[in-house]
Ligand binder design. Structure first.
Ligand SMILES: [Zn+2]
Length: 284
């Protein structure tokens, strides 16, 4: 289990599943051979065929005296029909793994959803007596006002049934805090707006004792997008806005000594931005 310390904050990675995708299948208008020049440092994030490895995982934080979960993966027993067949009806030991990592569901005080796609909200709920019920009964679920507003109207295309299964039950239980995209969650923890992948998408910023880290969310899916911010994922709602968010992120984080934790990056998952030419390389 990978762990990092940022000042007084401890971050633990809990993995649900991993997928692979071809470069062309994942990045809009990018050919596999364009990846070759990044091979030296992209190697850990590609499989033997050169396909992109996508890890679906949670970052579990001990921060400012509480336990916080950032994104809740896909969940068990969810069904998205033809939209994302590989994610249908999973049965993983994710909750046991989370508990073993020191985060039994009832101990979690805050759940942050970087956005409301199905692979980020799944474990918000579990099936109890035939109904989707809150997995973390004592938590406030933090979501941006913008994403909530957008996806409550656009329930089909990208999010499939996940709004009804993993968001609406929390709204009904009055557990949701609809917040601004720069919301301060607690002293060391804030949201950092990175719209584009979804309209209200946020990354998460950790600051403690002069140390700093960012959890990307789906601002990027692969570290290569930090070197090539113009490369959008096919899942980005607004590729141009996503690109400008990546550039803005690089302008803030590129010069700073900050750890970058990739929400979909397989192990080693975290690294720092190192200047290379007029761009950046992800150094682990
Ligand atoms: Zn995702």
């Amino acid at each position: 289990m990978l762990q990092w310390t940022i000042g007084d904050v401890k971050v633990t990675r809990v993995v649900e599943v991993e997928f692979t995708s071809t470069v062309e299948g994942f990045l809009l208008g990018v050919k596999a051979d364009e990846m070759a020049r990044y091979q030296s440092w992209m190697k850990p994030f590609l499989d033997a065929e050169g396909d992109i490895v996508i890890s679906v995982q949670t970052f579990a934080l001990e921060v400012d005296g509480q336990r916080v979960i950032v994104d809740t993966c896909i969940g068990n027993g969810k069904n998205f029909g033809n939209l994302m067949p590989a994610m249908n009806d999973l049965q993983t030991a994710f909750l046991d793994d989370l508990t073993a990592a020191g985060f039994p569901p009832e101990s979690v005080g805050t759940v942050i959803c970087t956005h409301l796609h199905m692979d980020h909200v799944g474990w918000n709920t579990v099936l109890r007596d035939g109904k989707w019920a809150p997995t973390f009964p004592n938590a406030r679920y933090v979501m941006t006002e913008v994403d909530l507003g957008y996806w409550s109207k656009e329930r089909t295309q990208v999010v499939g049934s996940s709004f009804d299964d993993a968001v609406q039950p929390l709204i009904d239980a009055k557990l949701v805090d609809a917040v601004a995209s720069d919301h301060q969650v607690s002293e060391s923890l804030s949201l950092f707006p990175t719209p584009g992948h979804s309209p209200g998408h946020v990354s998460v910023r950790i600051r403690s004792k002069d140390q700093q880290a960012f959890i990307t969310g789906d601002m990027v899916h692969s570290p290569v997008q930090l070197a090539r911010p113009e490369w959008s994922s096919r899942a980005d709602t607004d590729p141009e806005l996503a690109q400008s968010s990546r550039r803005k992120f690089l302008s803030v984080v590129g010069g700073a000594d900050a750890l970058v934790l990739g929400t979909h990056f397989p192990a080693p998952t975290a690294g720092r931005l190192v200047k290379e030419g007029d761009g950046w390389r992800f150094s682990v």
